[in-house]
Write a protein that binds this ligand. Sequence first.
Ligand code: PRT
Length: 291
Amino acid sequence: MTKNAPLRIAIQKSGRLGDESMKLLRDMGLRFENFDRKLFSSCKNFDLDILFVRDKDIPEYVEDGVADLGILGFNTVEEQKRNIKKIESLGFGFCSLEIAVPKDSKIQSIQQLNNTKIATSYPNALKTFLKKNALKAEIIVIRGSVEITPSLGVADAICDLVSTGSTLRTNNLISIAKVFDSEAVLVANKNALKDVLKKQEIERLMLRLGACLQGKNKKYIMMNAPESSLRKIENILPGIDSPTIMPLAEEGMIAIHAVVSAEDEFWDMIEALKKVGASAILVTPIEKIIA
Ligand code: PRT
């Protein structure tokens, strides 16, 4: 079998997704240098080259096969509709594409967007949204500072990414509709997924990625409890497998170890565990989970 050229992954050179993308690759055990994020870097311990490029250029690079993989915002994937395959959501770079109007605007619902002007850097996504809602509005394509267009009289509404909401607040705008939610995603070139050797290498990377993503969403929890509380505690703990249970030196007491979800309900679960007698609760992060 002949050896393939190294896989190539494109990530954002600088900007909101650059640092997290590099952190993720490093968490996956990949070792590489990024002196001032030059255009290109080779991994020292995996047959992988990293291209540092603009977020907006990644769909084209991946579609053309300049890169086999890419990490970019789902919003960019949705806007550009290139012939590439999304293979994983990555759990960072959260935002949403929203339609917002000035606080004192007469427009208060999406139906009132009919015959208005909407400024955006996402004309394709907005067009799809308007069509889906049977609305007709003029789309004004703006490449930056979309949020100031209503105050300049250029547009009645904007369609832009929102994360904390502070840009909307600063510009006296309020959201009236969400077009879609977005986060960073991993995409692939469709031919690379069909190439036997490349596919093998992509699968090796996916094993590492899956382990990191799983670990990020879970915590390892250890606690002591009266043996009589075991059933109640098992009902509270939605572990991957049944928890590990060990007797303690103190008569009638046990130690329970389990892997639990690090979701929003985490603190509710801790409160419930305390109520049924758990004590000395220790919680630690998990680096990787390999099923
Ligand atoms: O030049 P290049 O193509 O690399 O990128 P860029 O400079 O256009 O993008 P960049 O770095 O700003 O964003 C890259 C990606 O980060 C986006 O494609 C999204 O997937 C993601 N992301 C997450 C965001 C935001 N959150 C975000 N808040 N991208 C932009 N914003 C902007 C938004 O446009 C608005 O101006 O931040 C402002 C709103 O933020 P809040 O926090 O005030 O609501």
